[in-house]
Design a protein around this ligand. Structure first.
Ligand code: GLA
Ligand code: ZN
Length: 670
């Protein structure tokens, strides 16, 4: 990236204000006052850039970019593919989407186009290439922002044909496909690839292998579309980095499949602050920051966030004073190199007119929000030496999109309430309360380099994860896996011969049956005194795995029901390493205790104070320094004591007091 220091800005749509130059002029003045050094242009600007087919109007954009640059403001330039002009869909109806029920959409909305349509691809290629030719080497441009929040699927005949081709490439013969999907069930055998159609609630929706491959296809097709846009940009002569703005916990795409296409990861963060306890929201957001950073394992961008209310949420709650700072700096703490907003200037009409903005309809700088935005700008300047620094994590959690798709579609063992996210968050909480940086990995990644890896509910095994786990443990790693792992192969066929598949010797056990509990039920695991102290008992809900041990030692045993006395948690030594197996969905404090014990064993805790609930701690580092962020998401102030340590204050009070919504930053020579 060309920028030095942190990027501070956000989505700006001056095309909505071209007839009021005085407003555009003010915008620049306001941006400078707020320390804004970047704007993202061109998101949804197609109809202004190409008002008629083949007629391009770029002068306004050129003038704007030149002027912004003159004023020290850089630009991320978006391609306009996320919404199309009316002339395009009127002239070429094939560009509009067909829904899962095979009805065709009318013009409107945003992501309402077919990723497969050659006409759509051609139209976007032309405009992207021209944008690249015109602006791709402009000194103001930092990077390309391809499309906007990619998502959704299209079931049109073009997409059906592409899906068939995709399947044919994958399976080669229809027999192989039938076998992989177990189509003999309910007599759904296909005789040729031509017969296969995308899943639909009006037709086939129970063939889990089909559903899974369709989701993979949608990801691949979307990724292919992004590559296509990237090619247009490159063909236009620009070599600047590209990004796509991802969304919170988005299930529609496997974001890992984009990591070889993009140069920078970025995401849009719209938490519902003040809906739940702040610390809970903060933990949830933190997980997402870590997920996005882990994609490329380098600094990411916080591409969008709201300076105050978010109008598409059920309640547009104002962000309380201070939240803007703590949530913006939370992104930085987790490895972001930018804080960006949606939007710089609030639209006057249409669906986002009440969405929070840096400059609201009143149009002055003397607003609460503007003042807070300005304060965040100053904080970022103060912290600017941290930009570009890395986040090093020695612990990781496996969170695989494809496994989750399959697990959520599996029908049984609990069709309502797998509590997968809660389980992930319990592990994550256990690690974060120790101040550990955490990487979130999928199964395609390597595990070596981590001291501790957790795999909650790793239902589907793919990408040779069995071998990776085996090798990781054999070489001395500590691996923690839970119930409902290693159950199916990558086309959702159940593994025969016992689970967790191919790891029964590593864990020293076999899962014999999984009991799903009703919401009202609970059981508990009592410590055997080998690992946790003897008086420890943890309650569990939802799932109880009944295992048969071979070499594993029980660390907890069930306290009730017909499996009373059976192991509820085990440990097994396998070659140089250790494999823990958690049989049941235990309460949060179980994971807190487990993580603490394991992190201590592995000597991972380096924060010189105990971290209470609601206090969040992260580190980033560059070649010479380590930076420590301490953030307060609770009401009560927190006092940092650094006496006798090498940490020096970079931001925050000399007294060490970190009040609600405040951030303190310390640093230390490496
Ligand atoms: C998304 C989009 C933006 C805008 C915001 C509003 O993140 O990318 O264009 O609609 O939501 O919160
Ligand atoms: Zn289509």
């Amino acid at each position: 990236m060309r920028q030095r220091g942190f990027i501070y800005g956000g989505d700006y749509n001056p095309e909505q204000w071209l007839d009021t130059p005085e407003i555009l002029k003010k915008d620049i003045e306001y941006m400078k006052a707020a320390h804004i050094n970047e704007v993202t242009l061109g998101v949804f600007s197609w109809s202004v850039l190409e008002p008629q087919e083949g007629v391009y109007h770029f002068e306004w954009l050129k003038q704007l970019i030149d002027n912004l640059w003159k004023n020290g403001i850089s630009v991320m330039l978006s391609t306009p593919s996320a919404a199309r002009p009316k002339w395009l869909s009127d002239a070429y109806p094939e560009v509009l989407r067909v829904n899962e029920d095979r009805t065709k959409n009318l013009f409107g909305g945003r992501h309402n186009h077919c990723y497969t349509s050659p006409i759509y691809r051609e139209a976007i290629y032309k405009i992207d290439r021209k944008l690249s030719e015109e602006f791709g080497n402009h000194p103001a441009i930092l990077n390309w922002h391809i499309s906007n929040e990619l998502g959704g699927e299209c079931h049109c005949p073009l997409c059906q044909a592409a899906f068939k081709k995709w399947l044919k490439e994958k399976y080669q013969t229809i027999d192989a496909l039938n076998k992989a999907w177990n189509t003999t069930f309910w007599s759904h055998t296909y005789l040729s690839f031509d017969q296969v159609e995308s899943p639909s609630t009006k037709g086939e929706k129970m063939l889990h292998g089909l559903n899974l491959d369709w989701e993979r296809f949608v990801t691949d097709q979307t990724a292919d579309f992004v590559s296509w846009e990237k090619k247009a940009i490159e063909d236009g002569g620009s070599k600047l980095p590209v990004t796509i703005n991802m969304m919170y916990d988005f299930r529609g795409l496997n974001y890992h499949k984009f990591k070889d296409i993009i140069d920078i990861a970025s995401w849009d963060n719209y938490p519902t602050w003040h809906k739940e306890a702040e610390e809970k929201t903060a933990l949830d957001v933190a997980f997402q920051h870590d997920f996005i950073r882990s994609l490329l394992k380098k600094p990411f961008l916080l591409m969008e966030s709201s300076p105050t209310a978010t109008n598409w949420q059920s309640v547009s709650k104002l962000r309380r004073p201070g939240i803007l700072s703590v949530s913006s700096l939370q992104a930085i703490a987790h490895g972001a190199d930018s804080v960006q907003y949606f939007q710089i200037r609030q639209s006057r009409g249409a669906s986002e007119k009440f969405h929070g903005a840096v400059i609201d309809h009143y149009g002055g700088m003397d607003t609460r929000v503007f003042k807070e935005v300005t304060a965040v700008g100053s904080e970022l300047i103060k912290l600017s030496e941290i930009a570009g620094s890395e986040t090093k994590a020695r612990v990781a959690i496996l969170h695989d999109c494809e496994s989750r798709w399959a697990m959520e579609d599996s029908q049984g063992p609990r069709n309502k309430g797998l509590h997968y996210e809660d389980t992930l968050k319990k592990v994550y909480h256990g690690l974060r309360r120790l101040g550990l940086n955490v990487d979130i990995l999928d199964m395609e990644e390597e595990l070596d380099g981590y001291d501790l890896v957790f795999a909650p509910m790793l239902y589907l095994f793919r990408s040779q994860i069995e071998t990776k786990i085996r090798n990781y443990v054999a070489e001395g790693g500590t691996f923690v896996m839970t119930y409902w792992s290693g159950i199916v192969n990558e086309t959702d066929l159940c593994h025969l011969g016992g689970t967790p598949h191919d790891l029964m010797d590593v864990f020293g056990l076999r899962s014999t049956e999984l009991d799903a509990l009703y919401d009202k039920d609970e059981n508990s695991g009592k410590s055997t005194g080998v690992f946790f102290s003897e008086d420890k008992t943890y309650t569990c809900k939802y799932f109880c795995d009944l295992i048969k041990t071979s070499t594993a030692k029980p660390l907890l045993t069930y306290e009730s029901d017909f499996y009373k006395g059976l192991p509820a948690m085990t440990v097994n030594t396998y070659e140089k390493g250790t494999a823990y197996y958690i049989c049941a969905d235990f309460e949060g404090c179980f994971y807190d205790d487990l993580c603490e014990k394991l992190a201590k064993e592995k000597n991972l805790i380096h924060i010189p104070f105990a971290i209470p609930e609601g206090i969040s701690v992260n580190t980033r580092e560059n070649d010479t320094k380590v930076f420590l962020f301490i953030q307060n998401f609770r009401e009560e102030a927190f006092v940092v004591t650094m006496h006798g340590t090498k940490w020096k204050l970079l931001m925050g009070a000399e007294t060490g007091i970190v009040s609600q919504y405040e951030t303190a930053v310390y640093w230390m020579e490496k």
